[in-house]
Design a protein around this ligand. Sequence first.
Ligand SMILES: CC(C)(COP(=O)(O)OP(=O)(O)OC[C@H]1O[C@@H](n2cnc3c(N)ncnc32)[C@H](O)[C@@H]1OP(=O)(O)O)[C@@H](O)C(=O)NCCC(=O)NCCS
Length: 333
Amino acid sequence: MAKIKPSKGAPYARILGVGGYRPTRVVPNEVILETIDSSDEWIRSRSGIQTRHWANDEETVAAMSIEASGKAIADAGISAEQIGGVIVSTVSHFKQTPAVATEIADTLGTNKAAAFDISAGCAGFGYGLTLAKGMIVEGSAEYVLVIGVERLSDLTDLEDRATAFLFGDGAGAVVVGPAQEPAIGPTVWGSEGDKSETIKQTVPWTDYRSGEVAKFPAITQEGQAVFRWAVFEMAKVAKEALDAAGITADDLDVFIPHQANERIIDSMVKTLKLPESVTVARDVRTTGNTSAASIPLAMERLLATGEAKSGDTALVIGFGAGLVYAATVVTLP
Ligand SMILES: CC(C)(COP(=O)(O)OP(=O)(O)OC[C@H]1O[C@@H](n2cnc3c(N)ncnc32)[C@H](O)[C@@H]1OP(=O)(O)O)[C@@H](O)C(=O)NCCC(=O)NCCS
């Protein structure tokens, strides 16, 4: 048996830069009320959402990703050629193949970076971050771009009262690179496929193609079941991530949960007994639920507004369709 040389990576990995892109069109609740029987007051009080962004024809998954990535690369202070991996997490890129990551890697000017897409719903950012960390520590890339991007407006049934107001579009990106100190904690992640029916695409594309269903497929959910799962189970996962990182809620500066619903965020803050001093991301109010993009978008905004600062310790947790989840403690770029 031939002796195989081991690969050599960095001792640790960290997030070095973050960037976001929100589509230019801001959509207030009034627009949602044109197609569902609801009220601005109901939407605000049940979800926290006041406005969201919807992409126009030019704001494609690739275009939004490239904008967000350019900012993340500049923020990290590296050049695109140094990037060895591009991971795109999305459920709303409408071309099955090739992966949109390859187009993004090329347009950004990487040097033939390894590039691929992943589908992990609203946990997609955490899944991508975990893969990126592995690639850097294992030595297959020095810098990895992790992008969460969605055009959920394409997959929203505007006549569905349970979801019409929830979703938004956008892209968030981070550059992950080598570090001498741990700056991305152990990931607590998993899946609960027995609950796969609670958030899903209404019908397969093939049913639409064959004419079996007339309505374009959309994302549907059992709101209450998802809500209960998020509130009870995800607080436990968040706590496990703190334990795995060897810290307590008192050591945290920032909490960036998936921006699904502000009531879920409030409930997690309470269950985790986060001290008043912890800054909590509430980007959902003006960005809606952007699935894989929500955590990097919220991170970018907290840093841009000065509510969080470089070097802060943040707990990030994503959860959604699958059902899947991923939580970890990170040092902010
Ligand atoms: C969607 C969600 C906001 C709905 O809130 P809810 O309190 O569970 O609402 P329910 O479906 O139980 O409905 C409660 C009442 O509001 C009504 N209602 C439902 N949707 C409504 C709407 N859009 N506008 C006004 N009223 C509405 C219902 O008819 C019901 O009325 P009733 O009490 O007279 O029967 C909530 O379930 C939720 O946020 N779930 C998790 C969603 C999520 O985060 N998904 C993504 C995870 S990645």
